[in-house]
Design a protein around this ligand. Structure first.
Ligand code: SAM
Length: 241
């Protein structure tokens, strides 16, 4: 599907809504979409790909289907084994401290993890460390002021995280998975762009709204508006010497 296009965004959104009943369908579509995005910048066939915080491994499986040597690093055994067998060779590892030598990866892929770590800048440094000079870093995350910033308790996070969590628990009868300050942290578009632009070990190739159907690069340029409208920031970085 063409990216950006309304057809693609609608298909992704519909699959996202069906995720509770058909997680496999959603993650496989998302993985194909992300692989297409990566291949705009770097061929997957023949590349060494490191998938950090890759959950159950749908991305790694898609990268392997396209001829990459892809390795999954995921610290949470429950995520790794949720619903299906993880990809062969998956490693239980923390993304802050990857068991990899400097410059091991042609492509470092990290989808929707940054908002789940307490120190996103240190985490990002580790992704950069393991990527070879000239290699590609794909990082995306849901920013805090996005309509989905509060995850399962969104959009009520706009009225305060604790209140939103309590509301979720009241409505569903079970506690929310995400707790602000424990496994969900407020990460902002502007601050992230300033962080990556200030670094001399990466060049920002693209900063766009990951799922947007039109002008995905424009929305991330408008201060304030971008915090609400980006929804999910996708950064494509190139490792500098
Ligand atoms: C929302 S899921 C995203 C999974 C998958 N990457 C995707 O895009 O569907 C967040 C993932 O980040 C992982 N994660 C949290 N802290 C991490 C850390 N310190 N290092 C690596 N992964 C981490 C979680 O275990 C979980 O699998």
């Amino acid at each position: 599907m063409k990216d950006p296009s309304l057809r693609r965004s609608v298909a992704l959104f519909r699959a996202f809504l069906r995720e509770p009943s058909d997680p496999r369908g959603f993650y496989e579509l998302l993985a194909r979409d992300a692989a297409n995005q990566v291949e705009r910048y770097e061929p997957l066939a023949g590349s060494v790909v490191v998938d950090v915080g890759g959950g159950g491994g749908h991305f790694t499986e898609e990268f392997r289907r396209r001829g990459a040597q892809s390795f999954l690093f995921e610290p949470d055994l429950d995520e790794l084994t949720a619903g299906h067998r993880p990809p062969e060779g998956a490693v239980v590892a923390d993304g802050y401290l990857l068991p990899l030598a400097d410059g091991s990866a042609d492509i470092c892929f990290c989808s929707n993890v940054l908002e789940h770590v307490e120190d996103p800048w240190t985490f990002l440094s580790e992704l950069i460390r393991v990527t070879r000079t000239g290699g590609l870093i794909y990082v995306s995350f849901t920013n805090w002021l996005s309509p989905w910033g509060g995850h399962e308790w969104a959009p009520w996070h706009y009225l305060g995280a604790e209140r939103a969590r309590r509301r979720y628990e009241r409505r569903t009868g079970h506690p929310a998975k995400h707790v602000l300050g424990e496994n969900l942290f407020p990460v902002h578009v502007g601050a992230t762009l300033r962080q990556v632009r200030a670094r001399d070990d990466v060049a920002v190739v693209s900063a766009r709204a990951r799922y947007w159907p039109f002008l995905p690069g424009l929305v991330t340029r408008v201060p304030l508006l971008r915090e609400f409208a980006t929804w999910n920031l996708l950064l494509i970085l190139r490792r500098c010497p």
